[in-house]
Design a protein around this ligand. Structure first.
Ligand code: GLY
Length: 416
């Protein structure tokens, strides 16, 4: 090779530039995540095994109707609650078992997932207590059906979706979230959490249920979009409407700091909810709205991307965090990022990974101290309950986010 030849020199220079570019590109892509997803999922599996051991009595038997709910800061074992229509968290533990089975493919975990899921069967033939039926049945039976295609699971979901639809009030154009609180709030109440339960209605409409179920989900999302948010896209926890005319009456809080503040988990439900509504409708107005409600949440996060329980809580930084909100948002943003090619999507994915990385640090992992996955969630601050605790729904959305991240890393759809 003649190194004095200008063409050869040019080619060498080009090759050096390409290799240098490749080196930095590889470094950058490695740097997008420092989290070892398989290690984090293996940790979840260890904690699930610990929990299952803990749930066995001295004869090795498990009461499958008792669902882990929380571990308070000073304690190290799960407080369980009986599966019931008024216990909104009953579906999360079966859902965690299904995600653990998805990762491990361990048949013994599948058996436990099936048994705990079966404990919620009664919900498909019980009149609606409130809107939480999606949390209860889609996290449990929904994941079970996704992974097993068991036709009995499908029927339970379809029946429960019909039950949830009984809460729809055409004169309001929305589901009634809490029938028991109509008088307390002075009307038809809708809570932001209700957005999560729309996913089961969309699913049922596409899988043999009445197509009307999707229509009411869309109507609910529209009504919520129109009235539940302040002009800056911060949501209230509760919106109240006239039961007869459907006219908007007021926005108030239930679990937030004030009627005007941004309760972290409420905003998280909004981010997740409108991401799902966009997925199911492909109507760009929801994609646009999902970004608006996300951006107001992201802009005031603390450095570690795990919010204080309410963004306007008066004693920040001396306020409890809500890791559960971070888990919900991380999972939602991984999905939302896939609908947004370009910088916006990349930014959301980066933010989600940052949340997952920080949640997976010693600061937030329960580790050996408790059998939960995570510490530092806040359930109901105004009530003084579940403050700075391990809470089952934080763990559910954490393992969901990890599972989604793993699928993205493997180039798979995160919804399979
Ligand atoms: N769905 C009630 C809560 O988020 O605490």
């Amino acid at each position: 090779m003649n190194f004095n030849d200008m063409k050869t020199k040019g080619l060498i220079l080009l090759a050096v530039c390409c290799l240098t570019g490749l080196f930095f590109a590889c470094r950058t892509s490695r740097q997008t995540t420092t989290i070892n997803v398989n290690k984090a999922l293996a940790y979840c599996d260890t904690q699930v095994s610990r929990t299952l051991s803990e749930l066995r009595d001295s004869d090795g038997m498990i009461d499958y109707s008792m669902m882990p709910r929380n571990i308070m800061d000073s304690l190290d074992t799960w407080h369980c609650r009986k599966a019931a229509a008024d216990e909104w968290c009953g579906g999360f533990w079966p859902g965690i078992l299904w995600y653990t089975y998805e990762y491990t493919q361990d048949p013994s975990v599948r058996v436990e997932a099936e048994r705990f899921t079966d404990a919620l069967h009664f919900l498909s033939s019980t009149p609606a207590y409130d809107h939480d039926l999606g949390f209860l049945v889609f996290c449990s039976y929904g994941n079970g059906y996704r992974l097993t295609r068991n036709p009995e699971y499908k029927q339970v979901i379809l029946d429960t979706a019909d039950t949830l639809a009984t809460l729809y009030r055409p004169q309001v154009g929305a589901l009634l979230s809490w029938p028991r609180h109509i008088e307390d709030y002075g009307g038809h109440n809708v809570i932001m959490d209700n957005m999560i339960n729309l996913e089961m209605l969309f699913w049922a409409a596409k899988n043999g249920g009445n197509p009307y179920l999707a229509d009411i989900a869309v109507a609910h999302a529209d009504k919520t979009m129109d009235y539940h948010f302040q002009p800056n896209y911060m949501c209230a926890h509760v919106a109240v409407y006239d039961t007869l005319t459907g006219d908007f009456i007021k926005r108030v809080t239930h679990q937030g700091y004030s009627d005007e503040s941004m309760w972290a988990r409420g905003q998280a439900w909004a981010i997740y909810g409108y991401t799902v509504v966009y997925r199911e409708t492909k109507d760009n107005k929801y994609l646009d709205f999902a970004q608006k409600v996300t951006d107001v949440y992201l802009k005031d996060l603390p450095r570690d991307y795990v919010p204080y329980w309410d963004f306007q809580a008066p004693f920040i930084p001396n306020e409890p965090r809500d890791a559960s909100a971070a888990c919900v948002v991380a999972s939602a943003l991984l999905e939302l990022s896939t609908y947004l090619p370009g910088e916006k999507g990349k930014g959301y994915k980066k933010a989600a990974i940052k949340m997952i990385e920080n949640l997976s640090s010693d600061e937030y992992l329960s580790g050996k101290s408790k059998p939960s996955f995570l510490l530092h969630s806040t359930g109901h601050w105004p009530n003084g309950s579940e403050i700075d605790a391990s809470i089952i729904y934080a763990d559910y959305y954490y393992i969901e986010a990890l599972t989604r991240l793993k699928k993205l890393e493997e180039g798979k759809s995160l919804l399979i």
